[in-house]
Design a protein around this ligand. Structure first.
Ligand code: GLC
Length: 723
C-alpha cells in the first residue's frame, strides 16, 4: 500500500491550496458542497448519508488540485442512531466503561455513514447549573472529567483510526468555557491561573495524553483574551507543553466572532489572528477556498505556521486512512440501532440512575402496593434523548409502557397530572382524586431536553410549569409518592423534595431510558449512580462544588434570619465561630445533594483504610514513587449492589490555600450481599503536588490526609511528605 509523503504533498501546494485545507463548512445544497470539495476544502459537515459522503470524497480525490480527501465532521456527542445517556448522566455512573461503550457504538454507527470526525468529548468542568451545557460535560470535578474524557477518546478512536468503526475525537471546548460568568452561555470567563491549571486545563492534558486527535477552541474570552486568539494557551501550552499534534478547530463562527469580541477589525483580521494564535481549522465564516489568499495575504501569516496547520490536518487524514481509502462501504451503512446496541444503551442507562431519597425503603416497588397512579408529564413523554442528538436518532418509548411491562402485576392508572411547561388546569385535581383509589403515586417530572444544552442557560433552575405543585398536591393525598426526575442539569428542588418519599434522578438516558428506569423501579437492577455535580439549595449558592478552597471563616452552622442581639460596631465581631462565618443567612449549610451522593437498595461500609507507607520524600516523589491507598468495601445488606468508593486528598497546610479536599480516585464496585471487595488507589506526585498562581507545579513537605469514603462511611489516614 502506497504511504503518502505529506511533506512532498505540502511542497506541491500553493498558498491558496493550503488555506483551503484549513476550513470546515456546511452547505445544504449538494452542488455547493461539491464545489467546495472541488476547490480543495479540508473538511465538510456530514452530508447525511454514506452515498453523499462518498460522492463528496470522490470529487475531492478526483477533481481537487491535489486530490486530498475530506475530514467529515459531525457532533456525535452521545450517540448517532442509538442514543446513550447524556454525558453528565454518564458521569453519574462513575463507571468510565459506560462512556467507552457509548463511544464505541457511536463510532461504529457514525463511521459506517461516512462521518470520520466527531466534535466530542466535551471535557469542560463546570460548577454552575444555570449553564445549559453542563449536560454535555462530566460535571464539576476535573478528575472525573479527565477519566471520562479519556474513556471517550479511547472508545471513539479505538486501536487505530483507520478501522471502519473508529472516528477521530475532538476535546472541547478549550478552555474554561464552563466558567462562564453567571452561567450565561458564551459569557466572559475570568479565573486565577492556579484554577485554570488545576480545574480547567487538567482534563485536556489527560485527554491529549490519551491520544485525542483534535481539540476545539472555546467561544469565551479567558482573562480578557478570546480563546480563538489565545496564542499562549493554544500554542505554548496545548501544543508546546501538552504535545498536542492534532488540529485545533475553531468553534462555529468562533473565528469570525473575534470581531464582536472586539479584538479584530474585520473577519480577515480575525482569521489571521486565529491562525497565528494556533487555530488550524476555521469552522464556518468566509469561504477560504475562494478568497483564502486575499483574506490571509503572505504578510498576514508566516509560512511556518501555515505549513504547521496544514500538516496537522493532513496527518489526521493520514491517521484515519483516508489517503488509502476515503470511501465507506455503502452496503454496511448503519441506519438505526441493533439489538446489541440497544442492549448496550440500556445497560449504560441503568448505571446512570441515582437514588436521591428512599424514605421507608419505598423503592423498589415490591408488589405490596398493587394500585399504582402514574402521573406527571414524563409519564407518557418520549423526551428521553437529551440535548445534542440529531433528527435521525432512534427515539425512546415512554415510562408508561416500560413500567407496565416491568411491573405487570400492578393495576396502573395513568393521568397527565401536569403540563411540562405550562399551567395545568384541572389535571392536578384529577390526579389527586385518582390517588384516593391508589396505593402509591409515581410522579414522572422533569426538565425537557429543549431547556438543556447549548444556548439554554436558565436563571431559575426549578422544575418548569406546575410540576412541583403536582408533587405537593399528591403528597397531601395520603399515599406515598415516588418521583422520577428527568433533567439535563442539577435542579433546585427545595419546593418539593422533602414531600417526596422516594426520588430517582433519571437524567435524559437515551433511546433505552424508560426501560432502564423501569428496571430500577421494579428492583430488577439496583441503582448505583452518584451525583457528579452538586445540587444547590438555591441559585444564590452558585457556584458551588465539593472541592472548594478553605476560607478564613469556615461556617459550621447554617444561616438564621433572627436579628443579632448586639451592635458589632461597639462590641467587635463577636462569635466568629458561628455568626461571622462564610454562609447565607437564609439557607442551611451546604447543598441539597452533595457531589458523590447516592443511595442503594442495600448498604455498605468502608473498612481497613490503609496506605502502604507513612511517609515519602520530595525526591522520591520527583522520581515517580507511588503510594498505594487501600480499603475494603463491605456489603452489609441483604442484596447485591453497586457502590462507588471515592479517594480524596487534603493538604491542610501549604504555601497556597488548598481545596478542603480533592478527588484523586473513584471506583464503582459490585458487591454481593454480605460480601467484600478490596480497592486500591495509586497516589503520586500528580495527586500530591499542585499549581501555584504562576502556573508552577509545586511539591512541598508536610502532612497529607487521604480519605476513602462512599457517602455513608469513611476513614482517613495521614502521610508525611519529607523535605
Ligand atoms: C456549536 C458548539 C460546538 C459544536 C459546534 C459544531 O456551536 O459550540 O460544541 O461542536 O457548534 O456543531
Amino acid at each position: 500500500m502506497m504511504t503518502i509523503d505529506l511533506e512532498q504533498l505540502l511542497s506541491r501546494m500553493s498558498r491558496q491550496d493550503k488555506l483551503a485545507q484549513l476550513q470546515i463548512l456546511w452547505r445544504r445544497d449538494p452542488q455547493e458542497a461539491r464545489a467546495l470539495a472541488r476547490r480543495g476544502i479540508g473538511a465538510l459537515f456530514w452530508p447525511q448519508s454514506a452515498a453523499a459522503t462518498n460522492d463528496l470524497q470522490r470529487v475531492a480525490v478526483k477533481e481537487s488540485p491535489h486530490g486530498v480527501p475530506l475530514l467529515i465532521g459531525l457532533d456525535v456527542v452521545h450517540g448517532q442512531f442509538t442514543i446513550f445517556p447524556t454525558p453528565l448522566a454518564q458521569a453519574a455512573s462513575f463507571d468510565p466503561a459506560v462512556a467507552e461503550s457509548d463511544a464505541r457504538v457511536s463510532a461504529a454507527e457514525a463511521r459506517s455513514t461516512g462521518v470520520n470526525w466527531t466534535f466530542s468529548p466535551m471535557v469542560d468542568v463546570t460548577r454552575d447549573p444555570r449553564w445549559g451545557r453542563v449536560v454535555e460535560g462530566f460535571g464539576e470535578d476535573p478528575h472525573v472529567a479527565s477519566v471520562f474524557g479519556a474513556a471517550k477518546v479511547r472508545g471513539y478512536q479505538g486501536k487505530s483510526m483507520r478501522a471502519p468503526d473508529a472516528i477521530a475525537a475532538c476535546l472541547k471546548h478549550f478552555v474554561g468555557y464552563g466558567a462562564a460568568e453567571a452561567g450565561r452561555d458564551y459569557n466572559t470567563t475570568d479565573m486565577s491561573r492556579q484554577r485554570l491549571r488545576e480545574t480547567y486545563l487538567e482534563p485536556f492534558r489527560v485527554g491529549i495524553e490519551a491520544g485525542a486527535a483534535s481539540v476545539m477552541a472555546a467561544f469565551n474570552a479567558l482573562n480578557g483574551t478570546p480563546m480563538h486568539a489565545h496564542r499562549r494557551l493554544l500554542t505554548d501550552v496545548l501544543a508546546g507543553e501538552y504535545g498536542s499534534t492534532g488540529p485545533v478547530v475553531g468553534d462555529a463562527e468562533g473565528v469570525a466572532q473575534l470581531v464582536p469580541h472586539g479584538i479584530a477589525e474585520d473577519e480577515a483580521a480575525a482569521i489571521r489572528a486565529a491562525l497565528i494564535a494556533g487555530v488550524d481549522i476555521v469552522m464556518g465564516g468566509a469561504d477560504l477556498t475562494a478568497d483564502g489568499s486575499t483574506l490571509v495575504p503572505a504578510d498576514g501569516l508566516d509560512d511556518d505556521r501555515l505549513d504547521d496547520a496544514v500538516l496537522r490536518v493532513l496527518r489526521l487524514k493520514k491517521a484515519l486512512g483516508l489517503f488509502e481509502n476515503p470511501y465507506v462501504d455503502e452496503g454496511t451503512e448503519a441506519s438505526g440501532p441493533t439489538p446489541e446496541t440497544l442492549s448496550a444503551a440500556r445497560e449504560a442507562a441503568e448505571r446512570c440512575v441515582v437514588l436521591l431519597r428512599n424514605e421507608g425503603d419505598l423503592l423498589p416497588l415490591d408488589g405490596s402496593r398493587r394500585r399504582i397512579l402514574l402521573t406527571g408529564p414524563y409519564a407518557t413523554s418520549t423526551d428521553h434523548l437529551g440535548a445534542w442528538v440529531q433528527h435521525f436518532a432512534a427515539g425512546a418509548g415512554t415510562l408508561d409502557e416500560a413500567l407496565r411491562a416491568a411491573v405487570p402485576e400492578a393495576e396502573w392508572t395513568t393521568l397527565p397530572g401536569a403540563d411540562m411547561l405550562d399551567r395545568s388546569g384541572d389535571a392536578i385535581a384529577e390526579a389527586v382524586a385518582a390517588a384516593a383509589e391508589c396505593d402509591v403515586a409515581v410522579v414522572a417530572v422533569g426538565e425537557p431536553s429543549l431547556l438543556s444544552g447549548e444556548a439554554a442557560s436558565r436563571a431559575d433552575i426549578r422544575l418548569p410549569g406546575e410540576q412541583a405543585e403536582l408533587i405537593r398536591a399528591l403528597a397531601g393525598a395520603g399515599i406515598p409518592v415516588i418521583v422520577l426526575l428527568a433533567t439535563g442539569r442539577p435542579l433546585v428542588v427545595e419546593d418539593w423534595i422533602e414531600q417526596a418519599d422516594a426520588v430517582l434522578l433519571t437524567w435524559h438516558l437515551g433511546t433505552q431510558g424508560p426501560e432502564a428506569i423501569a428496571r430500577v423501579v421494579s428492583g430488577a437492577v439496583a441503582p448505583g449512580g452518584r451525583v457528579p455535580m452538586t445540587f444547590p439549595r438555591a441559585v444564590g449558592q452558585i457556584p458551588i462544588h465539593h472541592d472548594h478552597l478553605r476560607t478564613g471563616r469556615p461556617a459550621r452552622t447554617g444561616g438564621s434570619l433572627a436579628g443579632k442581639a448586639w451592635d458589632v460596631g461597639l462590641q467587635g465581631p463577636n462569635n466568629t465561630d458561628d455568626t461571622y462565618t462564610s454562609k447565607f443567612l437564609d439557607l442551611p449549610l451546604g447543598a441539597r445533594f452533595e457531589f458523590g451522593h447516592g443511595l442503594s437498595y442495600t448498604s455498605f461500609a468502608v473498612e481497613d483504610v490503609a496506605v502502604d507507607r507513612g511517609s515519602v520524600s520530595l525526591a522520591e516523589l520527583r522520581d515517580g514513587t507511588r503510594l498505594t491507598l487501600r480499603a475494603r468495601l463491605r456489603n452489609t445488606g441483604e442484596r447485591a449492589g453497586d457502590d462507588v468508593v471515592f479517594a480524596y486528598l487534603a493538604d491542610p497546610v501549604a504555601s497556597v490555600a488548598r481545596p478542603v479536599r480533592r478527588l484523586v480516585g473513584f471506583r464503582r464496585e459490585t458487591v454481593a450481599a454480605g460480601g467484600v471487595v478490596d480497592v486500591a488507589f495509586e497516589i503520586d506526585a500528580t495527586e500530591i503536588g499542585f499549581f501555584d498562581d504562576e502556573e508552577r507545579f509545586v511539591l512541598e513537605p508536610g502532612a497529607i490526609e487521604l480519605t476513602v469514603e462512599d457517602g455513608t462511611s469513611s476513614a482517613t489516614v495521614l502521610i508525611t511528605v519529607t523535605g
